[in-house]
Design a protein around this ligand. Structure first.
Ligand SMILES: [Zn+2]
Length: 191
């Protein structure tokens, strides 16, 4: 006989002031619902508007500049992180480091292997594609290793709420209980 599956909560919203006001997050981690996590500094960001992806047609740099300018961020002084969250972040950083180390290796490796063979252009392109892929993979791994991203926590575009995707039910319950303890501080409307 198997235990009944825990229901998956697709997303959960709570006001940003709980994170930033110093009232404090409950001692439960968001993705795993583990009690007794440690609090770490975390930056929670909004996802840039969809239209910014069109700028990728002009190249990576215009997209990065505009997306960074359009992204809202808040600092969480004590974001709850459990040992499993920490392990996930460490694994991602390890993958990121190995992937970045492969960038120079993928530039030099194929050239050495193909030394003397008449495959210069093919080897050059292969090296280039491999190096770019390892670089993007490495950068993405470090990007996902951020504590708020491990927790799948995002700021809404108006900055008023934190959205956690697929949170642990224990986390939702603990946040709801914590909110009921405090009179909500009105969040000023953002333009
Ligand atoms: Zn956790």
């Amino acid at each position: 006989m198997t235990a009944p599956a825990t229901p998956v909560i697709p997303q959960f919203f709570f006001p940003t002031w709980l994170v930033t006001s110093g009232l404090g997050m409950p001692p439960v981690c968001a993705p795993h619902g583990a009690p007794g996590p440690v609090g770490v500094k975390a930056k929670i960001e909004s996802s840039p508007p969809k239209w910014t992806y069109l700028l990728l047609l002009l190249g990576a740099l215009p997209y990065i500049i505009v997306a960074a300018a359009m992204t809202k961020r808040v600092q969480a002084p004590l974001w709850p992180v459990c040992p499993q969250c920490t392990k996930q972040a460490q694994t991602l950083k390890l993958i990121g480091t190995l992937s970045l180390l492969m960038v120079p290796a993928s530039c030099a490796g194929p050239s050495i292997l193909a030394k003397g063979a008449d495959l210069g252009a093919v080897v050059g392109w292969l090296s280039f594609v491999l190096a770019v892929a390892f670089f993007i993979g490495g950068a993405a791994s470090f990007w996902f290793a951020d504590p708020a991203r491990v927790a799948r926590a995002w700021l809404t575009n108006d900055g008023a709420y934190i959205q956690v995707k697929r949170p642990a039910p224990a986390f939702c319950q603990a946040v709801t209980e914590r909110l009921q303890l405090h009179v909500p501080v009105p969040v000023p409307p953002t333009v």
